[in-house]
Design a protein around this ligand. Structure first.
Ligand code: F6R
Length: 610
């Protein structure tokens, strides 16, 4: 959420900053701004340009001769105060000697604003960030490092931030506490960013700050230190990333690209992790012995949004294959109910970004109480990955679209691998293990088959897009599929989409069924097919339009419905194949309605604030 870029070197900073902001725009897109240190003789002043709207609006409106070889920029997702020109970052002190860009939230912002106002400081924005600029400007310390450290010592909250000061023209000072900050090393030039995406075209030699760490960045290098100004001596390392993976290429949107990448991403996820001979899986990153797997009595999965829904699919897999009680819970609620942490429970945090603050705080709560937590995380080295005792990386590659797709598919596969592992040290037979391993091997190809029917789904989606409100229904394994389907649909089409257990319809929601309210029903070929088909008849009898995601050969009993057949896997693995058409329904509905697919309104990638 929100993006930061910075540059110091000998090139013109504005174009580098604007390009970097464009690459981070998915993380916040209601306003953008930048500040440069002007290189004009004598003054060494700062120049700021910022406005509500997109990065391209900022670029179009940049004043003439807006030049400088050092600068910082920001793309915002509003927390304190609406998206206005004034509330956009950077924020400065009254004399515009200090400029700050900030990701995160300052919890004691109101108290600090009151104190500053009482001291005669005029605050011009509604933001929490502005106080940092004033606090830095008012610090008596004689170094920029000291001033930033002084300011942070009175702030409670989270930050990834960058500070430029007219009196210290050779440096940018950056800091991290709960919000990522990366320093990129170039040739006599240096970069800073909140996300690798903004750096990879310039450098892949980077240093990732830890929480509580700061860095001084000059054109010649960087040094890291703690709040008490003692050095931490962090070195930069090379990260193995393909810059092209961050491009949309020939696709009209990142979401489209990422959906179509799913077969390859799934293959990467499974590579080297399947053991056909023993019907088992290899998950070395968990750092756990078979004896420890056997000692687990319960599994608790924590994630947010779609990751939580896939967590529900994962809990089903673990109960089915390992016969261990398992459930998923929204990580955003978990720590507020003073959860009981049990020594023989395995906690699993699931997150694409590894930055979601609610998931991260849940992990910290578990660890503080002595629990063991593993992560299913996509972004290598992210905060959640670093805090966990072990984990399974998702290998989905960079996910840029706000609506998550390929990472979710790989989360499901991660749960399948874990469930087989847990099952095979218990009662899952070698034959059953082999049955699932074989089915997993076939999945990338089956995913490809589903995606190949995109045009068919697009036609269905265009009809659904006309309805202001929709139901998504499913039972047991199908219910989290319905939840994820509704989530994706509402997220990018802005239609009201609600998920119910099919079995619950008669207990209330059926009252809403009429010809204007379509239902998307998940009906796999399983023990519940007949009951599901019964519910379809009840909907049809009330003239509710129906789209049914099902398997070839399932008899819908003559009910009037648009049918989407997906290939059969093993029943335990069916949920993921049934989720894919729902992604494409959401995508094509949003496309038909003319929405910005990758940047849905009010949202942003990676929710780093509570
Ligand atoms: C939905 C979506 C969100 C995320 C959620 C968790 O398409 O993208 O619901 O799934 O914010 O994000 P991560 O997985 O990064 O923790």
């Amino acid at each position: 959420m929100c993006g930061i870029v910075g540059y110091i070197g000998s090139q013109q900073a504005p174009s580098i900053l604007l390009e970097g902001l464009g690459r981070l725009e998915h993380r916040g897109y209601d306003s953008a701004g930048l500040v440069v240190r002007t290189d004009g003789r004598g003054t060494r002043a700062l120049r700021v340009a910022k406005r509500a709207g997109r990065v391209r609006d900022l670029a179009d409106g940049l004043p003439k001769r807006f030049t400088g070889t050092a600068g910082i920029g920001h793309t915002r997702w509003a927390t304190h105060g609406p998206a206005t020109d004034v509330n956009a970052h950077p924020h400065t002190d009254a004399g515009q000697r200090v400029a700050v860009v900030h990701n995160g939230i300052i919890d004691n912002a109101s108290a600090l604003r009151e104190q500053l106002a009482a001291d005669g400081v005029e605050l011009v924005s509604d933001t929490d960030t502005e106080v940092i600029a004033h606090l830095v400007a008012r610090s008596p310390a004689d170094t920029l490092e000291g001033k930033v450290s002084d300011a942070l010592s009175v702030i409670d909250g989270t930050w990834g931030l960058a500070v430029l000061h007219a009196d210290f023209p050779d440096r940018i000072v950056v800091a991290r506490n709960g919000s990522p900050l990366i320093v990129g090393v170039g040739d006599k030039e240096m970069f800073v960013a909140s996300d690798l995406a903004a750096l990879v075209r310039h450098t892949t030699t980077v240093a990732m700050l830890d929480d509580g760490e700061l860095a001084t960045v000059t054109s010649g290098g960087f040094t890291t230190f703690r709040h008490d100004l003692t050095a931490t001596a962090k070195a930069a390392t090379r990260v193995d990333v393909d810059p092209d993976a961050y491009e949309a290429g020939e696709h009209a949107s990142y979401m489209h690209k990422e959906m179509l990448e799913q077969p390859a991403a799934a293959e990467r996820m499974l590579r080297g992790r399947l053991d056909e001979r023993f019907g088992a899986t290899h998950l070395g990153g968990l750092n756990m012995e078979p004896r420890e797997f056997r000692a687990i009595r319960r599994v608790k999965i924590l994630g947010c949004g779609s990751a939580y829904y896939v967590g529900q699919m994962g809990a089903g897999l673990i109960e089915d294959l390992a016969r261990i009680p398992a459930d998923a819970e929204a990580a955003s609620e978990f720590r507020y109910r003073n959860p009981i942490i049990e020594p023989d429970t395995l906690y699993v945090a699931v997150s694409q970004s590894g930055e979601t603050i609610d998931t991260l705080l849940a992990v910290q709560e578990i660890r503080r109480k002595g629990g063991r937590v593993i992560g299913l995380v996509n972004v290598v080295g992210s905060a959640v990955a670093r805090e966990c005792d072990g984990g399974i990386y998702l290998h989905a590659g960079p996910e840029v679209a706000v609506a998550s797709t390929k990472a979710l598919t790989n989360m499901f596969l991660g749960f399948a691998l874990l469930a087989i592992q847990l099952g095979r040290v218990r009662d899952l037979s070698i034959a059953d293990g082999r049955r699932l391993v074989t089915a997993l091997e076939a999945l990338p190809g089956q995913i490809e088959q589903v995606l190949a029917k995109e045009e068919e789904y697009a036609a269905v989606a265009r009809t659904l897009a006309e309805a202001p409100s929709l139901f998504f229904i499913g039972r047991v394994r199908g219910f989290p599929v319905a939840r994820e389907g509704a989530q994706k649909f509402k997220e990018i089409s802005y239609r009201h989409a609600e998920a119910y257990q099919t079995s619950e319809l008669k207990h209330g929601p059926l009252a809403l069924i009429d010809p204007a309210l379509p239902t998307v029903a998940v009906v796999p070929a399983d023990d519940l097919t007949e009951r599901n088909v019964g519910a379809l008849h009840e909907i049809a009898a009330r003239r509710g339009p129906l789209v049914v995601v099902t398997h070839d050969g399932v008899d819908l009993g003559g009910v009037a419905a648009t049918r989407i057949d997906v290939p059969r896997s093993e029943p335990e693995l069916d949920p993921i194949l049934m989720t894919l058409p729902l992604q494409l329904l959401a995508y094509h509905a949003a496309l038909h309605l003319g929405h910005d697919i990758d940047k849905p309104r009010n949202l942003a990638k990676s929710v780093t604030v509570e």
